[in-house]
Design a protein around this ligand. Structure first.
Ligand SMILES: O=P(O)(O)OC[C@H]1O[C@H](O[C@H]2O[C@H](CO)[C@@H](O)[C@H](O)[C@H]2O)[C@H](O)[C@@H](O)[C@@H]1O
Length: 367
């Protein structure tokens, strides 16, 4: 497993921007939101999702299976031309270092980090997605310099137990935030506030957790994870021929709960309340709690790898403020402006250099 840790520093101005990113070998065999069709890869996923929403139950189940397959293609190299054209629009955050530094001049950087696939490697057992000591140190360094939050699909307590660094945490895809109380922002106090907009769904989520656990127990490798305000049904370790059955079982349970919706991540089906609250709302909530809701002098930086992180990238885009950085080796439809990838796997997905830029495995520089 290869991790990439990056802490970028502009020693001249004394301004240090630190970004920690873990990119792992294991992410390779499960590219998030991969683009499967040789040419119109962005179109294929949209079509599938449309099909899923528009049709009745039978078609929905087929569409769900199609979508599960589409998000887990077999390993194969991305077309270089496709990749080059994508990278033009989503340049490497490392290659754009100077530009990022200019954008941060005179601004308060606030760092938002996704957990799985960003700070920790993608592994088969979700309970063993440990952060490395190096990465933990990098997060700690970042947090010393800037207000920092970890925004995860996992339940807040679980992600805290992995990271154990004093930052703000938003679990359950942003539906469980422990942020700063007014006047207690970065280094000014310890008082925190909780934001749990899906509180009323707790009993329902528990009920569905039990029902799903019961339903999928006959499918070898399937695992239901209780993320407190949402649930994950993992199929990374399920034989592909059983995916359809798993999707059907999940859909059958969810059909009885119109207040819950089904979304997808990296070889995971996610069940969450239909309320309009996602990682984008969490980002906005935390900016507000930190006192930067209306500020022009803030530069939020959000780093993430998954579909749920797109909600946060979109908020940054809509605010016309901040930087979204997508961690991905493969071209994907994204609202992020920049990308990061692991260079050592170049032989699989991308050339070692593109645009004349050499990726750096590890840069660690402090002000
Ligand atoms: O928002 P995130 O912090 O990225 O959390 C999203 C989901 O991450 C975890 O699942 C993913 O990582 C697992 C460990 O590497 C992997 O086994 C699984 O296939 C991935 O989907 C977590 O277990 C989920 O609950 C989160 O929703």
């Amino acid at each position: 497993m290869t991790n990439q840790t990056m802490v970028i520093s502009d020693a001249k101005s004394g301004l240090t921007m630190a970004i920690a990113v873990a990119l792992t070998e294991s992410a390779l065999y499960s590219p998030a939101m991969p683009l499967v069709s040789p040419n119109g890869y962005f179109a294929s996923r949209k079509k599938l999702l449309k099909k899923l929403e528009a049709n009745g139950n039978g078609a929905r189940m087929n569409a769900l299976l199609d979508s599960m397959r589409a998000s887990s293609p077999t390993r194969r190299p991305t077309d270089t031309e496709d990749h080059n054209s994508w990278i033009l629009h989503h340049p490497s955050a490392l290659s754009m270092f100077e530009e990022i530094m200019r954008a941060s001049q005179g601004k308060q950087i606030v760092v938002f980090l996704d957990y799985d696939g960003t700070l920790s490697p993608i592994v088969e057992d979700p309970d063993r997605a440990f952060i490395t000591t190096e990465m933990r140190e990098a997060v700690r360094d970042v947090a010393k310099l800037f207000p920092t939050a970890i925004v995860s699909g996992r339940c807040r307590a679980k992600v805290y137990n992995f990271v154990i660094v004093r930052v703000y945490y938003a679990g359950s895809h942003g539906m469980d935030i422990k942020g700063p109380a007014k006047g207690h922002t970065h280094r000014k106090g310890n008082q925190t506030v909780l934001c749990q907009p899906a509180r009323e769904f707790l009993p329902m989520i528990d009920e569905v957790y039990k029902a799903l656990t019961e339903k999928v127990k006959c499918i070898p490798g399937a695992k239901v994870e209780n993320n407190k305000f949402c649930l994950s049904v993992h199929y990374r370790c399920v034989e592909e021929k059983k995916w359809g059955e798993l999707g059907d079982q999940v859909r059958m349970v969810i059909n009885d709960y119109p207040q819950l919706r089904l979304t997808q991540g990296r070889k995971v089906l996610e069940i969450r309340p239909t309320i309009k609250w996602d990682k984008g709302n969490a980002l906005e909530f935390l900016l507000e709690a930190l006192g930067y809701a209306e500020s022009n002098d803030v530069l939020p930086i959000y780093i993430g790898d998954d579909r749920t992180d797109e909600d946060a990238f979109r908020v940054l885009q809509e605010r016309g403020q901040g930087l979204g950085i997508l961690v991905s080796k493969t071209p994907k439809e994204t609202n992020a402006s920049y990308s990061l990838q692991e260079p050592s796997e170049a032989s699989y997905e991308v050339p070692t250099t593109f645009g004349g830029v050499e990726e750096v495995v590890r840069i660690k520089a402090l002000a």
